[in-house]
Design a protein around this ligand. Structure first.
Ligand code: DX5
Ligand code: ZN
Length: 214
């Protein structure tokens, strides 16, 4: 399983150094959580911060947009150095148009589903997607408990992709640590996001290794 540490749990005053720390510790991607205070109650980072930390690593930037109008910010995050942009199927933008805009910018597009959204909500778009992100907490905050009951969605998505001959990566996000990762691994998730589990661990490299091995 690939590991994408979420910067939401890092020391925000040292974000560049924190990126270097998890890069050296074996991260595969860097997960950046963008929140607008509307789609979710929290406010985090915007394109200026993504751009500021971009020079600190060559790892792909996996930008998770938790905002009402993702289509309006795709150019800004592409310019800032995003490699993957995921946005919520529950957001207010035209989904096909937003996926096209991401792809046209040479960025890999993904859709995200909240816990109450069925896997089938992304089926109409699967053939245009690089990734589907299955939330295992309600989006908005780090440090919440992993929802194991989301795993059937991964199985459903994998089965649908296989049926259609598609190779779409499945990422899980929320409450992933060495204690919960085996459940996501058993469901055959490809990438796990981990904020608290990596940044608050005593030893980030050891934490990432345990996630890798799951
Ligand atoms: C939640 C974010 C997650 C969050 C995960 O809305 O999408 O990426 O940082 O944090 P942990 O791993 O602490 O649950
Ligand atoms: Zn996230």
């Amino acid at each position: 399983m690939k590991v994408a540490p979420s910067l939401l749990s890092c020391d925000f005053a040292k974000m560049g150094e924190e990126v270097v720390r998890v890069d050296k510790a074996g991260a595969d991607l860097i997960h950046l959580d963008v929140m607008d205070g509307h789609f979710v109650p929290n406010i985090t980072i915007g394109p200026a911060i993504v751009s500021a930390v971009r020079p600190y690593t060559k790892l792909p930037f996996d930008v998770h947009l938790m905002i009402d109008h993702p289509i309006d910010y795709i150019d800004a995050f592409a310019d800032a150095g995003a490699d993957i942009i995921t946005f919520h199927v529950e957001a207010k933008s035209d989904i096909d148009a937003a996926i096209k805009k991401i792809s046209d910018r040479g960025v890999k597009p993904g859709l995200v589903i909240k816990p109450n959204t069925p896997a089938s909500a992304v089926f109409p778009y699967l053939d245009k997607l690089y990734m589907v992100l299955v939330m295992t907490v309600e989006p908005g905050f780090g440090g919440q408990s992993f929802m194991a009951d989301m795993m059937p969605k991964i199985t459903e998505l994998k089965a649908e992709c296989q049926k259609r001959g598609l190779d779409v990566l499945i990422e899980v996000d929320g409450g992933i640590s060495e204690k919960t990762v085996s459940v996501a691994a058993a469901a055959e998730a490809d990438i796990c996001v981990s904020g608290t589990g990596v940044f608050k661990a005593k030893d980030a490299a050891a934490a990432i290794e345990l996630l890798h091995k799951a």
